[in-house]
Design a protein around this ligand. Sequence first.
Ligand code: MRU
Length: 348
Amino acid sequence: MKVNGEEYRTIWMEGSTVFMIEQNQLPFKFEIFEAPTYFDTCFAISTMIVRGAGALGAAAGFAMAQAFMEAPEDGFMDYVLQAKDDIEATRPTAQNLFYATGRVFSAGKNSVDDAIKEAQLIANEDARDSRLIGQNGMELIEEEARILTHCNAGWLAFVNYGTALSPIYLAHKDGKELFVYVDETRPRGQGARLTAWELKNENINHKIIPDNAAAYYMAKGEVDMVIVGADRIARNGDTANKIGTLEKAILAKEFNIPFYVAAPTSTFDMDCHYGTDIEIEYRHEEEVLFQTGLDNNGNLNKFLVCSPGSEALNPSFDVTPKKYITAFITEKGIIKPNTQSIMSICKK
Ligand code: MRU
């Protein structure tokens, strides 16, 4: 993805330092955050400097590799085991995070070099698979399609390209006229801040809509399809994604609108049988009570936007039962949301 004419990935590792786009500063400032140790990378994950399923996977893989590079000779295994626990405790829902720690940990048992290679491979695979998802998904998008998306499953949520937005990018490059409804995605505003910023960079027609406006446009017949990403998909097809996805899926079914979930096979969790088994992350109530934005001096600041003294609940994800999903768009093709189809594309 190009920013100010320069090609960027969302996250990368050079030597033992992990570099990532500081997503809490976007769309107001474009900054790169440097994480020299696995501890710093964990900090970046839990504070959402880096976020989104695939980017979290890459970050977790790099953090695991950093732990192997840092571990002292004396107590080597204790150090990396503790690091694995720390990395996996940062955010519980995104499957890619656990997929990456598992792979890099196994490789690192062989050698530190193997851990580094594996982490780089995971990041490269993520970029490759996102592009393939775009190629597979673009055939579903018709000329002049009006597409609704929730949260940010674009290139910022992955190493490059993204999932839900990847077919949109490729269809647009192919010359199709498109329009994207961008759900603002309260409380953190990943749609209003990140998806809108990405689409603007790509010159794709879009408008940000309030989270509760989807039914209005769907009822008027002005939404042709919904494409969202996924944080974890159970082997039966139930899908965890950003809070608010479930209501969009129910609405889409009511109004007969196809509802697609775009995700790489690394997001499918073969050990998780049903959506009810997926752990849902609860984040701090401050994210609901306060909003961050530019103040009059152009500085990023936090503002209280709720009744002072009231408390808030902040579940970060919900689970969409497979019956609401038209199909999964994966790097291996478009598949139906059932166990048999999922098993056929996932190795385990
Ligand atoms: O909490 P986040 O921003 O890390 O949430 C993850 C997501 O970006 C979304 O749920 C997204 O739609 C799927 S992951 C690309």
